[in-house]
Write a protein that binds this ligand. Sequence first.
Ligand SMILES: [Zn+2]
Length: 179
Amino acid sequence: MVWFKGHIPRHSFIGWLALHRSLKTRKKLLQWGCIEDAQCFLCMETIEDEDHLFCSCSFSSTIWQGILLILGYYRNCSLSWENEVKWCCDNFGSGGAVNTIKKLAFNSFIYHIWKERNKRLFSTHSNSMDVVSFDIVADVRLKVEALGLSDVDTATVKSFLDRWNVSCQLLKKKVIACT
Ligand SMILES: [Zn+2]
């Protein structure tokens, strides 16, 4: 899910930390006595931990739902981080351009949400949901074009690639004739 052929190292590093609940979320910093208020800087609504930051936060979940739509899924985000990761593991396969794009998008989402959180925490600047969504997609598209991926030539794959506005080598299915 994180370390796969074609991964973006900086995305996968943050993704790996997030999957292991090793990011220094504000809830942890509060428990360690480093801060006095653990409010999420993306929505300013509640305490920031992984479940909130990557699932229930109004800012992040809206972005993730948009990314999922481009991936071909219409669904609400799980309420727990473990359940969302499990859903991704169950639905994002391995091999081929489509599955690689799904995993790139997942890690790009985590990376850019964490980056935006840090931007708001350490500066007075912030990006809108549209800008963060654009950056998530742009990183995936750039990587896919550089990787020169391939997948099976089907209408579903073509439609998926069209939604991402990326190209890849399309391989004809081998037909074994019965004689
Ligand atoms: Zn939030």
